[in-house]
Ligand binder design. Structure first.
Ligand code: NAP
Length: 251
């Protein structure tokens, strides 16, 4: 049976690369996007050009009140496009970064980070859990910054740390349905993240490259294919794990 993978934030960056990587391995995809309909449509077109099915649905992962509507839209889409009432893999990728010294971090910035990375992931997964097929997969995106303290990332890294703990609970409580839950923790990757800081600021790029064993910062192609591989049936016995994909950052 062909698999269906739902990826939040699939219109650019690591989510986009993961969506294309899943399709390249023969999977169908539902991506979510916030506002950029054209970027989302382009990902859908690229996947369809590979002979796979793809659908893009709008979603703001911080808007918990909208999740019931999103649930119903996913259910309708599954029925219309695939004739199914379930999907196989959920990848919680969407999210933004923010930086400030610990003593200067505002309540608004903290709430925005936790709203997307923790509250959003918690309740979106809860909302969709009934539609996730038995034997399915959950992959939650964390960050290398939960292992290495990067100055200015206290709120962001604390939110990602919460996701790592939450993943263990998902793994425990969904195990009776043979659903696995794991964390992927990328190192510094060249995307639009943090206004493209890693990609566009030579000082940042050099600093992260110099602390990386493989000698450079990452690019989306270092992440998407690795995440797509984790969906392979060969990984069915791996659950509650944190997999860092960072080229050996700060080892
Ligand atoms: N790049 C890195 O160095 C790095 C390192 C470690 C972990 N990560 C994590 O990897 C994930 C992807 O990051 P990235 O590098 O691909 O970042 P990116 O290029 O900035 O893309 C972020 C994606 O998340 C979506 N998004 C952000 N806030 C959202 C919200 N409230 N609701 C719905 N979608 C939202 C964006 O959608 P729109 O296009 O609609 O804005 C976009 O698709 C994030 O969880 C990030 O924390 C990144």
């Amino acid at each position: 049976m062909k698999t269906i993978t739902l990826i939040t934030g699939g219109s650019r960056g690591l989510g986009r690369n993961t969506a294309l990587s899943v399709a390249r391995r023969g999977g169908d995809v539902i991506i979510t996007y916030r506002a950029d309909t054209n970027a989302a449509a382009q990902v859908v077109a690229e996947i369809e050009a590979m002979g796979r099915k793809a659908v893009a649905l709008p979603l703001d992962v911080s808007d918990v009140a909208d999740f019931a509507r999103f649930h119903d839209e996913v259910a309708r889409t599954l029925q219309t496009v695939w004739g199914r009432d379930s999907f196989d893999h959920l990848i919680n990728n969407a999210g933004h970064g923010d930086m400030a010294p610990f003593v200067e971090t505002s309540v608004a910035a903290f709430d925005a980070l936790f709203g997307v990375h923790v509250r959003g992931v918690f309740f979106l997964t809860q909302t969709l859990a009934g539609m996730l097929a038995n034997g399915g997969r959950i992959i939650n995106f964390s960050s290398g910054l939960t292992r290495i303290a990067g100055e200015g990332f206290s709120a962001y890294a604390a939110a990602k740390g919460a996701i790592e703990v939450l993943t263990q609970y998902m793994a425990k409580e969904l195990a009776p349905r043979r659903i696995t839950a794991n964390v992927v923790a990328p190192g510094a990757i060249e995307t639009d993240f943090l206004g493209g800081a890693v990609r566009d600021t030579p000082e940042y790029n050099d600093a992260f490259a110099s602390m990386t064993a493989l000698g450079r910062v990452g690019v989306p192609d270092d992440i998407g294919p690795a995440v797509a591989n984790l969906l392979d049936p060969a990984h069915r016995w791996m659950t509650a794990q944190r997999i860092e994909i960072s080229g050996g950052q700060s080892i």
